[in-house]
Design a protein around this ligand. Structure first.
Ligand code: BGC
Length: 740
């Protein structure tokens, strides 16, 4: 009986969504049958909200607007919704968009920082909190997560990315989508629609210069840049945003192959696609369209559903349909996609915000989650027997990032309020009150070049047991249109560190930045380095939790840290050259000048910075140590459609409890196309007490083992595979198996 009831309820729950879906499609049919062509085009138009002008009211009334972005006052949201619901001919609620990127009010670490946690739970929780806060004010749609694979730290938007790896980006991106959208019911009052962006390839902007062209050939596109998008669409992402770049000479907002063939036909995406800000109109500057009319024609025929702000659709699309340049079905399909998401969000049932409800903004549990996220996102890069500090240590707190309430929040924080930020200095005042410290900022902000207070900083260090120096980047140095060609610590910060070190006391360097900086020259002046990508509202207490050992660092690098900017692009999952460099290469500095010497070895490396990065992908230390052993495979051979279990034992060999991110990498040794030297295909966070060990198990399926070959079909190829398990991308515990 019990079993029957369970079977019945499983059946009902699987049929119900399908029914609901049919119901929605019927409702959309009804609406479409009532709408004029102009009203349909209106749904495809998104405007930026500045003020409720007569012009805007007029456009809302005649059905010229499907979405507004940047309305953040709940009363105003209700007012604009009332206009479209009560005063327009066919009432259709607006979808209200906002960039809620790493928090709405409560700011979490920047996405690159969250990626360092290698924790889907942390990322999902961050998005859940952001969604609850945003929806409480009437925002129903965020423009996140950003899934652009970023292999270039000069690019300012690396801050918004989940790093350089497609597998990690896909898994964490899917977690972010789940966090924003809730457990399946977009209509729930704490869910918002996610928007995966930027489709596609934007992170490969040449030279790391924002908005630049990209050159991603089809197989690289299939195997590296597209997979995170596919993963998040499988996780139910409601919407998708095109990108600014042209790839293979086609601007993304006019690329029907990616928007239709891949996204709709291959992936079955049923949400809607929005352009990036004016990216449709910018096809004129790209030299891809001669005027706004042609812009509208290209994008509508390419399958772009909604235009963000450049206004080509609203002016030209109806006429283009009438003159036969765009089929009316293209417009109907776009509007259907948009309405489907509006229905799923429950906007037709209730487009309004309940302003009588108590505020959830900056709720205690949100701040707690943000603190935990900041703890799990910090990466310990170096520690020469100095950390954790005893709470009895007298500390000299130095540097421009020690009390930078705005800057520690990072980029894209439209709604975050710096008055809620707890900086490291703030945390010493509020919570870590018993700590004996002196504070000397020495510089006003990261770019400040005035060295007048360096002597004071040195004296402060002399008067203390340890100097903790907070350096990094102001938030304005990363993010959109904030690329850099030099990524050393900016200004005179390296000199400040040296001045402090000259006091002769141990130095702990804490960095807060929007990107991986080139810090090789700074390492000798620090006994320990804790790297934080801008850590958000609760960064201050989280950092002290780590420095005092209340929490143990567990973050791992989601991007390769290069020695010199000239090594870029350098990423762990590169292809092999025909002449890979050996472990030891002689560099210019290593050898005496010899008359007539013409070569230092004909392999692939830089004469001045060698073969290797400063820190590899996946790297990060703990206050304890982990040992890896006993790699066991469930089989030595598997069929092409088979799966394989890979196990290894991880032991905490140190004296304190700690959490390790156990990583699994594979290599397909010989392929029909060249395969990367290693690829991440699994990761798990494992917490172990001192002395404790655990067996960690991963399953490799055709999904992990396969790749897109020359026919653009994904399959597993027979042959030899290597597999490694360890604590970073240089892991040495190795096994091998054969796919038959
Ligand atoms: C950015 C997008 C963002 C949009 C809306 C654009 O400039 O590229 O990522 O979502 O603006 O603010």
């Amino acid at each position: 009986m019990k079993i029957r009831i369970i079977v019945l309820s499983v059946l009902i729950s699987s049929i119900l969504p399908a029914y609901a879906q049919i119901d929605v499609e019927k409702k959309i049919d009804e609406l479409l049958s009532k709408m004029t062509l102009e009203e349909k085009v209106g749904q495809m138009n998104q405007l930026n909200f500045d003020a409720l002008t007569d012009d805007l009211v007029g456009n809302l009334k005649v059905g010229n607007v499907g979405s507004l972005l940047n309305v953040t006052d709940p009363e105003m949201v209700n007012q604009v919704q009332r206009i479209v619901m009560n005063e327009s001919r066919v009432p259709i609620p607006l979808i209200i968009g906002r960039d809620v990127i790493h928090g709405f009010k409560t700011i979490f670490p920047i996405p690159l920082g969250q990626a360092a946690s290698f924790s889907p739970e942390v990322v999902e929780e961050g998005a859940r909190v952001a969604a609850a806060e945003a929806r409480s004010t009437g925002v129903t749609w965020t423009f996140a997560p950003m899934l652009d694979i970023s292999r270039d730290a000069r690019w300012g938007r690396i801050a918004e990315s989940l790093g350089e790896d497609p597998y990690l980006t896909g898994k964490l991106g899917a977690a972010m989508v789940r966090g924003f959208q809730g457990s399946g019911d977009l209509a729930s009052r704490d869910a918002i629609a996610a928007c995966v962006k930027h489709f596609v390839g934007y992170g490969a902007s040449e030279g790391g210069r924002d908005y630049n062209s990209t050159n991603i050939p089809p197989l690289l596109m299939r195997n590296v840049y597209l997979p995170p998008f596919h993963e998040t669409i499988k996780a139910g992402a409601a919407t998708l945003m095109t990108s600014f770049n042209d790839n293979d000479e086609i601007p993304a907002s006019g690329n029907g192959y990616i928007l239709k063939n891949i996204l709709r036909d291959e992936w079955d995406f049923d949400g809607f696609v929005v352009s990036d800000w004016a990216s449709m109109g910018e096809m004129i500057a790209h030299g891809f369209a001669k005027d706004a009319r042609q812009v509208a024609e290209i994008s509508a025929n390419a399958g772009l559903d909604m235009e963000m702000v450049s206004g080509a659709y609203i002016v030209h699309l109806a006429e283009l349909v009438c003159s036969g340049k765009v089929p009316e079905e293209a417009v109907d399909t776009a509007v259907r996609n948009i309405l489907r998401i509006k229905f799923r969000l429950g906007l037709f049932e209730n487009p309004y915000v309940d302003t009588s409800k108590g505020s959830v903004l900056y709720a205690d549990e949100h701040l707690k989650s943000a603190r935990q996220a900041a703890v799990e996102s910090a990466i310990l890069l170096k520690n020469e027997n100095i950390l954790p500090l005893s709470e009895k240590t007298k500390i000299a707190v130095i540097g421009p990032m020690a009390d930078a309430a705005h800057d520690q929040l990072g980029t894209w924080i439209f709604d975050g309020d710096k008055n809620y930020t707890v900086t490291p200095v703030g945390a010493l005042k509020d919570e870590y009150k018993h700590i004996n410290y002196v504070y000397e900022p020495a510089l006003g902000y990261s770019r400040d070049k005035n060295k007048a207070n360096f002597e004071k900083a040195k004296n402060a260090a002399q008067s203390a047991d340890v100097a903790v120096v907070f350096l990094g980047e102001e938030s304005i140095l990363s993010g959109e249109a904030h690329s850099l060609s030099n990524i050393n610590l900016i200004g005179v910060q390296s000199e400040l560190l040296q001045a402090v070190k000259s006091a002769g006391k141990p130095v702990v360097l804490v960095i807060m930045a929007g990107r991986p900086l080139t810090i090789e020259r700074d390492l000798p002046y620090a006994d320990a380095v804790l790297y934080n990508f801008h850590p958000g509202t609760m960064g201050g207490p989280a950092i002290w939790d780590l420095l005092f050992g209340k929490a143990n660092p567990s973050g791992k690098l989601p991007v390769t840290f290069v020695r010199e900017v000239g090594q870029i692009p350098m990423y762990y999952n590169h292809n092999n050259t025909g002449r890979p460099a050996p472990d030891q290469v002689s560099m210019l500095d290593d050898i005496e000048q010899e008359a007539g010497q013409t070569s230092l070895g004909n392999t692939s490396f830089y004469l001045d910075s060698g073969r290797d990065p400063l820190f590899p992908f996946g790297y990060g230390l703990s206050y304890t140590q982990f040992d890896y052993s006993d790699l066991v495979l469930s089989s030595k051979t598997i069929p092409v459609n088979g799966s394989l279990k890979v196990k290894a034992t991880v032991k905490n060999t140190g004296k304190t409890e700690g959490t390790e991110v156990v990583q699994l990498y594979i290599q397909d040794v010989v392929g029909s196309i060249v395969r990367p030297v290693r690829e991440l295909k699994g990761f798990q966070r494992v917490t172990l007490k001192a002395g404790e060990s655990k067996t960690v198990e991963f399953t490799l399926t055709p999904d992990e083992l396969g790749f897109y070959g020359r026919d653009l079909i994904k399959r597993v190829e027979p042959g030899d595979f290597n597999v490694w398990i360890g604590g970073d991308s240089k892991a040495s515990l190795k096994g091998s198996f054969v796919v038959e």
